[in-house]
Ligand binder design. Sequence first.
Ligand code: ADP
Ligand code: MG
Length: 308
Amino acid sequence: MKPIQSALKSWMQTNENFKENYIKIKQDVLDDPEIKEFLSLHPQLSQQEISKNLIKLYEYKTQSKQCNQCSSLSSCKNMLPGYSPVLHVENNEIRLSYEKCHSRIMYEKEQEQQKLIQSLYMPKEILQASMADITNDETRILAIAEILDFLDQAKTALPRKGLYFYGQFGVGKTYLLGALANELKKFNISSTLIYMPEFVREIKSSFKDDSFNDKIDYFKKADVLMLDDIGAELQSAWFRDEILGSVLQYRMMERLPVFFTSNYDLDQLETQLATTKSGVETVKAGRIIERIRQVSKEVKMEGHNRRL
Ligand code: ADP
Ligand code: MG
């Protein structure tokens, strides 16, 4: 609050018409409807106390109160952006303090909620996907019903199984995961959304890195893990068994749900996972499919290609 007070003091000292201006400001301040109300609620305040605190009252008058003069937090005109002045009386003295305004409280809440979605290589439109767009969509009734059921259960406890959405390219599988993640934020459930092909690349490149184990641990323990486009990644037996296999194993034992999207159904994915540079490994691929079944439920998604 210093800047206004000191600016006003120096202005008072240098201005030749000081007295005249002072009287005018005093009158403006005392005529202000909110200040009038404040003073009428505290009749015990002496004239001397009021005159002594004219600068505080002036400061109060000029600031936006609870966003009444600002359209958004970024255009807040107050000295302390996002804070609104409050006048009160303590021991018969006038006090001026600042509290967070509505816009700032809303902004902080949104920031906090945004942290609940962690993502790797996800387009912005997916992170902004909304359930409202989806529930109006009749072509994907089955998938939507499953999502609504999951959300309903999540209100009380995190369900142990997620969903495995498969279907043609462009039917809105990834969008559905984004919308679900945004919905889960409302119950304080965090989601980790990962685009598989990039994830495989990143894990391979940070293999010898110090952060490697922490990263894997993070995927193991996330409330809800969402693996987007499984089957589209370059096949590596090491990734399949050591990374995917161990993350799924952990989540299965801890009863933590996993969501998937894929262009392949689970039988096709099994063939896909079996074919690696090391040859065809049906037993190992079968083991992964078994774990996928334990952490999710397979759901077909139909509809038109929305990218066309
Ligand atoms: P898929 O993952 O099945 O290939 P996407 O989820 O990427 O498909 O969806 C394809 C495009 O359609 C994207 O641009 C996405 O934002 C958009 N889209 C998908 N579902 C919806 C929806 N319900 N409402 C609005 N846009 C959607
Ligand atoms: Mg997709």
